[in-house]
Structures are given as C-alpha cells and as structure tokens.
Design a protein around this ligand. Sequence first.
Ligand SMILES: *Cc1c(COP(=O)(O)O)cnc(C)c1O
Length: 418
Amino acid sequence: MMGKNLPFTKEQLEKIIEEFGTPFHLYVEEEIRENARRLKQAFSWAPRFKEHFAVKATPNPHLLKILKEEGFGADCSSLAELILAERAGMEKEDIVLTSNDTPPEEFQKAIELGAIINLDDLSHIEYLERHAGFPELISFRYNPGNLREGGNDIIGKPEDAKYGLTREQIFQAFEIMKNKGADRFGIHTMVISNELDPNYFIGTAHMMFDLALEIYQKLGIKVEYINLGGGIGIPYRSEENAVDLSYVGEGIRRAYEEKIVPNGLDPLTLAMESGRMIMGPYGFLVAKVRHKKDIYKKYVGLDACMADLMRPGIYGAYHHITVMGKENWPLDHIYDVAGSLCENNDKFAVDRALPEIEIGDIIVIHDTGAHGHAMGFNYNGKLRSAELLLKPDGKVELIRRRETLEDYFATLDFSNLS
Ligand SMILES: *Cc1c(COP(=O)(O)O)cnc(C)c1O
C-alpha cells in the first residue's frame, strides 16, 4: 500500500518534540493557505463568493485569523464560536449563524455582530423577533427530505436529520418574513458529509438554484445569498483522491449560467461553509509509543488518546498512520493502535498493517486538522493536547497549550468537602 506524504521531516519533528513534548496537533500554515486559494480560484467566476469556515471543525482563533487573511468568513453554531470569529477579526456578513435548537444569547450575539442568521425552523422566526430582533439578511435552512439514496453514517438521510425546514415551510417562511418587512433573503442547505463525489456538490447547487427560482416565481422574492453548506470530503485513505475543486466550481458555474443568470437572479452571493476540506488534511496528531503488549492481539499504546481524536473511536473512521523513520519498511505487523482510556473503542486503528513498532517511536496520525482536537473530551480525566502551527518559515508557534490538571479541576470546589 502507498504511504501518504508528510510536509515535515523526522528531524523537524524531533526538534519540535524536544521543545513541546507529545502529544500535539500540528497544523501546516502554507498548505492551509494554498488550499484556501484553490477554493477561491475555483469560484473566481462567481460575482460574489464567500467561504464561511465551519468553526466547529477547528475552533482556534490563530487558524481563523489565517483564513480571514485569505478572505474567508466563519460559520458558527454556538456563542463560543461567534466570539471566536469576532476575536479573529471577522465581521458582519462574513459571519453566519447556522445553529439549531438555538438559545437566545446566540441570536443576540449574532445580531450584535451584524451576522447573517440562518434559521432552522419556522417557529424560530417569532423566537428570534422576541429575543433579538431580525438581522439585515435572513436565511433559512432547507431540508430537502428524501432526495438522495443512502446517505452516510455521519449525517444520515436528510429526512431523518433534525435540521432545516421542509419544502413547504420554506415558502411559508419567506411569506412570513416578507410580511414582516424583510427585504434581504438567503437560503441554505447542508445535506452531505465527507463526500468525495464532486457531482453531489454540483447537484446540490442545481437543487438550490431551482429553489431560488421557485421562490422568485411564486413570491416575487429575489434571494441574494445561496449557501451550499459544507461536507466536501477528504481522502483519509491513501488510495482515495481529493475532490477536484475546479471541476466542482466549473459545474456550479454552468448551473449558475443556466438557472440564475437567465432568470434575472444574478448577481447573488454564492456561499459555502466547509470545515473538513479547509483544515482536515493540514493537521496531524503527533504522539509517541508508550507501551506495547501482546495478548490475543498485538497492541501499541500511545501517549495520545480519544481525548485528542475521537473520530476512529466514535465513527470507526480511518486515519492514516505513519511511523516516523520507517516509511519504507515492510508493513508486516498487524497492530491495534490504542490510547489510555478505560474504554475499548479508544483505538486510533484496528488490525492495521504497520512496520514493526518500538517503544519511543514517533507516530503521526494524518488528517486530524478538522473535527480532531475540537471533538476531544475529558472523559476519564484525560487532558487534551496542545495545538502547534508550523509557519512557512519553518518556525513553530504554540497556538493552544496542553491542558493541565488545574484546568480539569477548575469547575470543582474542594474547599467545602470536610
Ligand atoms: C458541520 C457543519 C459544517 C461543516 O461540515 P464539514 O463536513 O466539516 O465541511 C457546515 N455547516 C454546518 C451547518 C455544519 O453543521
């Protein structure tokens, strides 16, 4: 099996480990920027294009700042994420609140920021009006129901998903908002997750352009913002290929020329809110082998655990693993690569063919840049790792320190125990 390339050497890693210890997530700035530019290039034909990075994927303000410099905004679904976007210097309609089961303070913060608000239900219109008032640009999340065969493990089928408004409700929502005097509108959908087939994204654009056209024909409302959501997959496996962004951009351009332009809806803002594709491949979890054991199966135990990366444990997700310095060794050993949680699914890989591993080996787990550190929890009293940024000049910056026991105990008061 082919390996996966790394944007750093073993010597570089050893130096970083000497300074910061293990484990840590390492993000590669230059690659993040190059990828961001590829996405923008793919949509350079669009009169207005905006990627709102899904903050939940990698909620670190230092990384958000890099994305802001590349012209990206933020997609937020909590108060903390709105504040992170604000602190990273993002403003107004570069920020979109796409939440569900939303508490008042999130709506209030979004209004304060001048963000786009993307409502998840008809009943939220009144709720928003009562608690925060309306934004300048109001958008609604469309759940198309049973459009797509299958679905996948992460998001399931749209009709089983809790998100969004039905088709009929979308028209009702626009009618209600029009009667309330709203004059700037958007539509949003997010029906795909971790999808590698570029045609699904083009298909989503067709669906949303058709919806925009129908809204115009039925209600006379010109939608000015169409958000196609996120969900662009990444090649976690070395034999998979990245989604060809220029193919997606070109397919959506043709849909735009066919449906938006001739019907007088041009120009409008085309938006996306990808997370995984923006950051996933450019982050790596670096750990060391602490123990080995040989019972019914062979195990290697790392100094990282599920607190640092949950995807393998909760989804059975594949993450490629490189044993540093052994890239060209034969993969003639079968290991479970485990963490230290008292939870048997705390494994980064099961039955993985790897080179022979020794205690002290440096292990790199690939594609942890999105939904990696962010999903970590403190179950079992395990502490989350640091986050480091590899700068274009080779320097490394600590962008989040590792957690300490003091952090873990911070919500407890030990003084009143006696
Ligand atoms: C999670 C999420 C995203 C990002 O999904 P990716 O798979 O990381 O691209 C975008 N929009 C919404 C509403 C989400 O919940």
